[in-house]
Design a protein around this ligand. Structure first.
Ligand SMILES: C[S@@+](CC[C@H](N)C(=O)[O-])C[C@H]1O[C@@H](n2cnc3c(N)ncnc32)[C@H](O)[C@@H]1O
Length: 468
């Protein structure tokens, strides 16, 4: 692989070497001193795995391009990798990269039932189960649309579901995403650079040059010869690390719980509520990440206030969203929301197969041998329960404050802004009908009317300013 990379114009390979490190397994070590910020590796655009390169391939490109409804980025790249791996000749450079890839992964999708059961009740458990089903469905679609249609290209036995899962895990654990100046994102897999392991102790140091398409790694800190060189994959919680990368960081400060909030369309006042969720940046199905730093984000309370609102609460929430008057939702709604939330947190915590104290004990006693899948699952479960307990405590504190008459900001104030263009301004004109929304001028009011009409009527009739 290295000679192919050098011939293609890669710079910096001689200063790095493959090595096995006790904590992380295979990675890259430095052969000399690197100063923080110094460019240590540059790979030319031509050797990167990208969707664009898959489309440009003379064999697989026309097939991909002829498909009705483009494949997802990950499916395109996964198929490209499997295609190159299946070739008996040609593609020597890319094939040398594929040969250097791990033969198996420890993403949670490969866990046995017993291993996954260790984190039963966690959001990782649910997402992993859903993902397994999703992968099977996606694979079936690929067989029907692609593998079964072009048997000359997709050799039998080299595009099985196990191969597909392996290729997906290759991408999840090694591909990187960058946003380009036009706002579009690019996902790429960089041979050799995908051998750097992760450390949160180094600065973010991978760079994509959008004009040349070249990819570089800078030193994320000072290194001496012989040190392992790291990159920083980002602030990732253990549940995500285990699902995508197959490892965990004990006591991960980024741990989180993915709380799924949903409301059925049959619920009363659903359409009005949907509008309010959308204008609060939410949706009727919202997944909100609770974290150790912010165990109860305001968006959770915003969602639930809308979900549990009756007609008069809805009108008040609409007013608050738009004109930021400090009218708070009715006390009963807020109390209802917090009580229901505490109850849900208790239920979620009870659903964990093994409670936190027991897991702590088991980990301390070495019940799960360190580094095994069950040990990783135990750390995910611990992290998620820690977050949920903090969230429950926060909701309990808010409820106690409310009941004792000390209101605490639960996330409703917003600056005065135009309901159409969102411009924040002091001089805004009120909608004459509902007296609830504000505009920076007549043009915005007219442009917004169609969207505003339904809520306008609802608020106006509620406040008695206009008869229906
Ligand atoms: C981009 S690859 C890095 C190279 C990889 N170690 C290899 O041998 O091919 C990412 C994978 O490396 C491993 N890894 C990276 N950082 C790690 C860390 N801090 N601790 C444990 N494993 C790590 C995980 O298996 C992860 O999925």
């Amino acid at each position: 692989m290295e000679s192919w990379l050098k011939e293609s114009g890669a710079v910096g390979l001689d200063d790095l070497k493959f090595a096995n490190f006790p904590a992380t397994g295979r990675g890259l070590g430095s052969r000399r001193h690197f100063k923080e910020g110094e460019r240590i590796l540059t790979l030319p655009s031509s050797i990167l795995w990208t969707v664009e390169h898959a489309y440009a391939d003379s064999i697989i490109g026309p097939v991909l391009q002829s498909m009705q409804g483009a494949l997802s980025v990950d499916d395109t790249l996964a198929i490209y990798i499997l295609f190159v791996r299946s070739r008996e000749s040609g593609y020597n450079g890319l094939r040398s990269h594929v040969e250097a890839l791990p033969t198996s992964y420890s993403s949670s999708i490969f866990f046995t039932d017993d291993e996954l059961e260790v984190c039963a009740g966690s959001s990782l458990y649910t997402i992993t189960k859903q993902l397994e089903q999703q992968i099977q469905d996606d694979y079936q679609t690929l067989v029907e649309r692609l593998f079964g249609q072009y048997l000359d290209i997709f050799s039998l036995g080299k595009f099985t579901i196990e191969d597909y899962k392996w290729a997906l895990c290759t991408l999840w654990s090694r591909a990187m995403d960058f946003v380009q100046p036009d706002g579009k994102s690019i996902r790429l897999l960089a041979p050799f650079a995908d051998m750097f392991n992760h450390s949160s102790d180094v600065k973010e140091c991978h760079v994509y040059d959008t004009s040349s398409g070249d990819f570089s790694i800078l030193a994320g800190k000072d290194y001496e010869a012989g040190d392992q060189v790291f990159i920083n994959y980002g602030s990732i919680p253990n549940n995500r690390l285990l699902r995508l990368y197959g490892f965990v960081v004990p006591n991960n400060p980024n741990d989180s719980y993915d709380l799924v909030l949903m409301t059925q369309p049959e619920a009363p006042l659903f359409e009005l509520k949907q509008k309010l969720w959308v204008s609060a940046g939410l949706d009727s199905v919202s997944t909100i990440s609770l974290s150790l730093n912010d165990p109860l984000p305001k968006s959770v309370l915003q969602y639930l206030h809308i979900q549990r609102a009756d007609e008069s609460d809805l009108a008040i929430i609409a007013l608050q969203q738009i004109d930021a008057t400090d009218k708070t939702p009715s006390n009963s709604n807020e109390v209802k929301v917090l009580q229901a939330l505490i109850e849900s947190f208790c239920e979620l915590l009870n659903n964990f197969g093994t409670q936190m104290e027991k897991l702590d004990e088991q980990l301390a006693e070495g019940f799960y041998p360190p580094g095994t899948n069950a040990w990783s699952a135990a750390h995910v479960s611990l992290g998620e329960q820690r977050v949920l307990r903090l969230a429950r405590k926060r909701a309990e504190d808010l409820l106690a404050a409310l009941e004792s008459g000390n209101r605490v900001d639960s996330g409703f104030s917003a600056p005065l802004r135009c309901a159409h263009c969102a411009k924040v301004a002091v001089q805004l004109m009120l909608c004459g009908r509902c007296k609830a929304v504000r505009y920076c001028g007549r043009t915005c009011q007219v442009a917004h009317y169609k969207e505003h009409k339904e809520l306008c009527q609802a608020i106006a009739s509620k406040s008695g300013s206009v008869k229906k």
